[in-house]
Design a binder for this molecule. Structure first.
Ligand code: RP5
Length: 167
């Protein structure tokens, strides 16, 4: 199976897409595809279960879930599968994402969800790539190159600052 279909992004609503879009963009930079679905843990529980079952049959390796408010989406996905579930708590209400963060991160013992920061979509993608890289050396090398790029950026920022301070 190619990397094309190993990740499924599930969002509670299409209104989560603006926050979740960087996941698809980041995966694309590493030549990893994904499918994206809207399904709600509360409003469409049967549809959610069907998506999970189908994904497992299709050989998907990782779920990434994003939802706001009483965000039980990632936890419910995790209750239906032993595949890794990565969660992005979405800032969607007057509680600025704290509601979704707590609803997502406070999973009961035995059913883990890897919870990212509020709106932390890019890290969700990178963490998924790190999981896939366990069995993909090319991907592992690409991630190392990306880390080097981050380090280079910090060096450049520091060099710019030093130059400014010495002017
Ligand atoms: C959550 O409620 C969704 O994940 C979204 O973050 C929020 C608002 O949903 P809509 O009212 O825009 O469908 O379930």
């Amino acid at each position: 199976m190619s990397n094309a279909n190993k990740i499924v992004i599930i969002m509670g609503s299409d209104s989560d897409w603006q926050v979740m879009k960087p996941i698809a963009e980041t995966l694309k930079k590493f030549d990893v595809g994904c499918s994206v679905q809207v399904a709600s843990a509360h409003r469409t529980p049967e549809r959610l279960q069907k998506i999970i079952q189908q994904a497992e049959q299709d050989g998907v390796k990782i779920f990434i879930a994003g939802a706001g408010g009483a965000a039980h989406l990632a936890g419910v996905i995790a209750s239906h599968t032993v595949l890794p579930v990565i969660a992005v708590p979405v800032n969607a209400t007057s509680m600025n994402g704290l509601d979704s963060l707590l609803a997502t991160v406070q999973m009961p013992s035995g059913i883990p969800v890897a919870t990212m920061a509020i709106n932390g979509a890019k890290n969700a993608a990178l963490f998924a790539l790190q999981i896939l890289s366990l069995s993909d050396e090319t991907l592992a090398q690409a991630l190392k190159k990306f880390r080097q790029h981050l380090a280079d950026e910090v060096e450049e920022k520091n060099a710019r600052l030093q130059k400014l301070l010495n002017e």
